[in-house]
Design a protein around this ligand. Structure first.
Ligand code: ADP
Ligand code: ASP
Ligand code: MG
Length: 402
């Protein structure tokens, strides 16, 4: 069997944990399997590197940021190869350049295009454990790129697809995928299985346990993922196309803290206003998420929308520059908001999910600022200060706990 095993930052956060991971991988190797290991940077290394860069430059070049951040993963893989060597097993570490993991050119958020498998297969044929840096790639000009925060999961799934692996295991600091982030919802329940579509929604809506693009790739190439803990032997969660379980109405609750709301008040109520407003933002590649337009009154209306928090100031600056002030009265920005979502494939055939969610929020006194829905989710924007209360109330409402 060929097994791809990915370990996140906490799982390789210190020397003992590295030894622990080395032993776990060696167990599979000794059973005769081919083992490819994908690692993240140790502990909070990536955050620390970002902070260090900011000390020398408030607005560093994206190319140099990627050059810097990818060093974190290089530390983990070399340390791991040494740890395995100390345990008497031949291992080799490879970075994205050595493997040849081709990505697009977009620094900080590159997409994997193609992975050469020759080098890895060659090393496996020599009965070595191959340890690959997660989160990084190389563009066609040989620049180093990164896949976005949390991107090591995507490296692992892409490798599993390219190598036609028999298993893809993602080891993290929780036992699997839960009905809500167990950090905030104490009685969240571990799911035995979840479909790609539901997991993709959860991950996209803020459940950081898997990088959303890893789920997208897994679905595209039919890679079954197992999410489990590196710290114990508990069974994890299987992510796959269909699950054997009865479709649950709601499979989970997710929050995304990286949201801001921008409101344009007193806009002219005439054709073309929405077009000009959002066209100005799209020209600068600002992604807009939820959009709400009020009913027009006395020739004016309001439009509010959400963007990720990191581009909120930029979005306002663009509007102030490119969207004529004569079109509106004022712009408001609110950063202390979060998106709270419920996700479930069962929703498609069951009305009333939104109403139940709103009732749970009403019961705990949480005001809803915006609403959006899709076939398998309902999302609301609420104040950050009520996040935990709201998560727990909604989780309870859908009886997601044990
Ligand atoms: P790693 O470094 O292993 O990639 P991450 O921090 O990226 O780990 O992801 C694991 C974390 O994801 C957990 O510690 C947990 O707080 C968070 N999380 C958010 N939503 C969920 C969920 N639905 N189920 C499990 N964990 C979740
Ligand atoms: N080290 C990177 C990060 O912290 C990639 C990852 O952990 O998946 O975002
Ligand atoms: Mg992660």
């Amino acid at each position: 069997m060929l097994i791809v095993k990915k370990f996140g930052g906490t799982s390789v956060g210190n020397v003992e944990r590295i030894m622990n991971v080395a032993r776990r991988c060696i167990e599979d190797y000794r059973k005769g399997h081919d083992v490819v290991v994908v690692l993240s940077a140790m502990g909070k290394t990536t955050d620390d590197l970002i902070a260090m860069a900011r000390e020398v430059n408030e607005n560093p070049s994206k190319r140099e940021m990627d050059m810097l951040l990818t060093t974190g993963e290089q530390i983990s893989v070399s340390m791991m190869a040494m740890a395995m060597g100390a345990l008497g097993v031949p291992a080799v570490s490879l970075n994205a350049f050595q493997v040849a993991m081709h990505t697009t050119h977009k620094y900080g958020n590159a997409r994997l295009k193609r992975i050469d498998t020759d080098r890895i297969m060659n090393e496996l044929d020599q009965r070595k454990i191959v340890i690959v840096t997660g989160f990084q790639g190389v563009d066609k000009y040989d620049n180093i790129t990164t896949l976005g925060r949390g991107g090591s999961d995507t490296t692992a799934v892409a490798l599993a697809a390219a190598l036609r692996a028999d298993a893809c295991e993602i080891y993290t600091d929780v036992d699997g995928v839960y009905t809500a982030d167990p950090r905030y919802v104490k009685n969240a329940r571990k799911l035995e299985e979840i479909t790609y579509d539901e997991m993709l929604e959860l991950a996209t809506l803020g459940a950081g346990v898997l990088h959303n693009r890893s789920v997208e790739l897994a679905k595209k190439y039919g890679v079954q993922i197992v999410v489990r803990s590196s710290l114990n032997e508990n069974e994890g969660t299987i992510v796959r196309e269909v699950t054997n379980m009865e479709k649950m109405l709601v499979s989970g609750v997710a929050v995304d803290k990286n949201a801001s709301r921008i409101a344009l008040i007193g806009l002219k109520d005439e054709p073309g206003i929405a077009f000009h407003l959002f066209h100005a933002l799209s020209k600068y590649n600002i992604n807009v998420d939820m959009i709400l337009q009020s009913v027009g009154r006395a020739g004016t209306k309001d439009i509010s929308f959400t963007v990720t928090e990191d581009v909120a100031d930029e979005a306002v600056a663009i509007l102030q520059k490119s969207f004529p002030k004569s079109n509106y009265e004022k712009i408001d920005v609110e950063k202390k908001v979060v998106k709270l979502s419920v996700v479930g494939a069962g929703m498609m055939t069951n009305p009333g999910v939104a109403a139940n969610m709103f009732e749970a929020l009403y019961d705990c006194g949480v005001n809803i600022k915006m609403i959006s829905t899709s076939e398998i989710r309902v999302t609301v924007l609420i104040d950050e200060s009520s996040m935990e209360k709201a998560m727990n109330a909604v989780h309870e409402k859908f009886a997601l706990a044990d």
